[in-house]
Ligand binder design. Structure first.
Ligand code: BJW
Length: 256
């Protein structure tokens, strides 16, 4: 049975005990954690990126092959948007939790790099990082200096292959995730005793399987989300509301 509580509820001692007794924690984040920084989520019915843009045209290798300039320009727009925003109290709270729980692994589906900017050390970026670019043919890194020199081109040619183009180092639909990163994420899920899932709809796999594996291996789960997600039924606690409010409250519990 999932217990749901809102931000105005008094602190429940069972929730406090769950957190203070945890020895090995995984925090899995999604786009909702960056929403309060001003970065749009994907599936919000009105403001979500997929409400206004076609994911098959913009976030698949086939879409990039069809119209690389359209895809490159869309990612340039998002890069600039992210560069002009900043981590929020939710990101900072996750970094603070790690100072108090030595075995805490941050796994994110987000490509904005905000967890690192907020002070989290090792972050498993399941879907890559939008600020890095790679060659579409060789997947070798393309340095920012090259992109800068070719800033007037779209699409940008690759320095590594005559038919290659620069593309963001992110994971599109139908592409496989980095094997090492994914292996580390599932290993952390198998060993943790508490899984905190924040700001994800839980519809995209294999990321959404990570909490399932954790719970199957005996972990207890807290979800933070203003609404129910595909993963809510797995959670012992659904903390209903924004992550920039709830995550700092979890830190307060550990400090008290
Ligand atoms: C707040 C909040 C606040 C709002 N505070 N919360 C098994 C079953 C079915 C399908 C598949 C499967 N395995 C693989 C697939 C295919 C596919 C998939 O999952 N499809 C489903 C959509 C059906 N997966 C893949 O293709 C993956 N590759 C793969 O598995 O390779 C092998 C393979 C291929 C093909 C077939 C089978 C196997 C790759 C997935 C790559 C996803 N890429 C994207 C784009 C990344 C680059 C970019 O940023 O442009 O990743 S799509 C997009 O979705 C992005 C996100 O990381 C990802 C997840 O979204 P997220 O973070 O959950 O955001 P939202 O918007 O969905 O939810 C936000 C939530 O926040 C909401 O719940 C809000 O309520 C909440 N919220 N404000 C807290 N303030």
């Amino acid at each position: 049975m999932t217990r749901s509580i809102g931000v105005d509820a008094a602190l429940d001692p069972d929730l406090a005990r769950l957190l203070t007794q945890a020895r090995s924690v995984v925090v899995l984040t999604g786009a909702g954690v960056s929403a309060e920084s001003g970065v749009p989520t994907f599936r919000d019915a009105q403001q979500g990126l997929w409400a206004r843009h076609d994911p098959m045209a913009l976030a698949t290798p086939e879409g990039f092959a069809r119209d690389p300039a359209l895809v490159w320009d869309w990612y340039q727009w998002r890069r600039e948007l992210i560069a002009n925003t900043a981590p929020n109290p939710g990101h900072r709270a996750i970094a603070e939790l790690a100072e108090r729980i030595p075995d805490l692994v941050v796994i994110t589906q987000n490509v904005d790099g905000f967890h690192q900017l907020a002070g989290s050390g090792t972050v498993l970026e399941l879907h890559g990082n939008i600020q890095r670019s790679i060659c579409s043919r060789t997947r070798r890194d393309i340095p920012p200096s090259w992109l800068h020199e070719h800033a007037d081109r779209s699409p940008v040619p690759s320095p590594h292959h005559p038919h290659g183009l620069a593309r963001p180092d992110v994971v599109w639909f139908g592409e496989t995730l980095d094997e090492v990163v994914l292996g580390d994420a599932f290993a952390a899920a198998q060993r943790c005793d508490l899984m905190i899932v924040a700001g994800t709809s839980g519809v995209v796999h294999p990321a959404a399987s990570i909490p399932v594996v954790a719970v199957e291996h005996g972990a207890r789960m807290i979800e933070i989300n203003p609404v129910e997600s595909e993963l809510s039924q797995l959670a012992e606690w659904h903390l209903v509301g924004p992550s920039a409010t709830w995550l700092p409250r979890l830190v307060e519990i550990l400090v008290e």
